[in-house]
Write a new protein. Structure first.
Length: 79
């Protein structure tokens, strides 16, 4: 297994840990953009009076729970 990692580092020019960090950071950015999109969409629905405050809080609590869970998985995969 060590030979395969050494071959990857030699061919790619960076370590597998750096690749894992890069993938995790990209995943975190995508998840954060998704959270912002959900928050913006629900807020627009609230301002247009198509939804109420309890649905806003419920949607945001579910969104933040998913965000925390996925970020935990991404960060724990790095270390």
């Amino acid at each position: 297994m060590k030979e395969a990692l050494d071959a990857f580092e030699h061919g790619a020019g960076f370590s597998t840990h750096d690749l894992a960090v890069l993938i995790a950071v990209i995943g975190m950015i995508i998840m954060t953009v998704w959270v912002i999109w959900v928050a913006w969409s629900v807020f627009r629905g609230l301002k247009a009076e198509k939804t109420d405050k309890s649905k806003l809080l419920h949607a945001m609590s579910r969104t933040m729970l998913i965000w925390l869970f996925v970020n935990y998985i991404l960060v724990s995969g790095i270390y």
